[in-house]
Design a binder for this molecule. Structure first.
Ligand SMILES: Nc1ncnc2c1ncn2[C@@H]1O[C@H](COP(=O)(O)OP(=O)(O)OP(=O)(O)O)[C@@H](O)[C@H]1O
Ligand SMILES: [Mg+2]
Length: 274
């Protein structure tokens, strides 16, 4: 049984020693009856760090992401999050209200399918503004201005602010979902295959945009992808999963250029279709 942190402690990126992890995952396991979703996963994520979770279909990526983002209770194991005041909180020991507040403010969640992360029958501006209202903004003019600013940051023109996302293309919807998530300036964003449903040219542009935003905002991100090019472009560090377990972990360039586990070698050499 290996965990991401015990595999190769010597190459874990060296955060400043005073810096403490934003997210600490320990021994996380989720089973569905007799089936394993993910098993004994441990890792730490530091502020501003991007971690990619890769692996073939059914390897447990979404199960892990949902467990660490408090959307799916683990069977065992713990997830600790460092709150803005510096205190470390066990996310499954918080009250439901505290957890919901965290999800609306400090965290973002970008779904593969934008329909799952947007309200399709309200305007684009309202989709972004709603998150601001949820954290206490009440001034209509300010909310609208912030929404327009954010739409511009994701390359959606002001002339579309009153349109509903059902009239948007797939790429625009995904960009809108990103704006909706980032407007509250979260510290941690979870993404499940953020470019998954898009065609290749749209994917490339979205990835570029995401990379810029992540670095400008200093976001910490856990991004699930089966696409190693996405991991290469976005992440600092990655974990490779197979059958619910972490089989390799390390700096992204190291894992992709010099994979150690035979399974990762197959993944990288594209022999396996993921
Ligand atoms: N709701 C569920 N009920 C039963 N089994 C489930 C459920 N969700 C996932 N599983 C099982 O858990 C394992 C991990 O699934 P998961 O969806 O986390 O994988 P994944 O890596 O996200 O796959 P994909 O790349 O296809 O999205 C699989 O064997 C899957 O069949
Ligand atoms: Mg999945």
């Amino acid at each position: 049984m290996v965990s991401a942190d015990t595999l190769e402690p010597s190459v874990q990126p060296g955060p400043p020693s005073a810096e403490k992890p934003l997210l600490s995952v320990e021994g996380l396991t989720r089973v569905y009856g007799k089936r394993i979703g993910c098993a004994d996963v441990s890792f730490e994520l530091f502020p501003g760090e991007v971690l990619a979770v890769v692996g073939e279909s059914g390897s447990g990526k979404t199960t892990l992401l949902n467990c660490i983002s408090s959307r799916l209770a683990p069977t065992c194991g713990t997830v600790h999050y460092r709150m803005r005041d510096g205190a470390s909180a066990d996310i499954y020991k918080m009250s439901e209200a505290e957890r919901r507040y965290l999800m609306r403010t400090d965290w973002g969640f970008v779904h593969q399918n934008p329909i799952d992360g947007l309200r399709m029958t309200v305007s684009a501006g309202a989709n972004v503004g709603e998150r601001l209202m949820a954290v206490g903004n009440r001034h209509y003019g300010n909310i609208r201005r912030a929404a327009i600013d954010w739409l511009a940051r994701v390359e959606i023109g002001e002339d579309r602010v009153d349109d509903q996302p059902r009239t948007f293309s797939g790429g625009m919807r995904q960009r809108l979902q990103i704006a909706r998530n980032l407007v509250t300036e979260p510290r941690l964003v979870f993404m499940d295959e953020p470019t998954g449903g898009l065609d290749v040219s749209v994917q490339a542009r979205l990835l570029d945009l995401l990379r810029g935003l992540v670095s400008d905002l200093g976001l910490a991100v856990v991004v699930v992808t089966h696409d190693l090019a996405v991991a290469r472009l976005l992440s600092d560090r990655m974990i490779v999963m197979k059958d619910g377990r972490v089989i390799e972990a390390g700096l992204t360039d190291r894992v992709l250029d010099d994979p150690r586990a035979p399974y990762t070698q197959l993944l990288v050499s594209s022999i396996l279709q993921v």
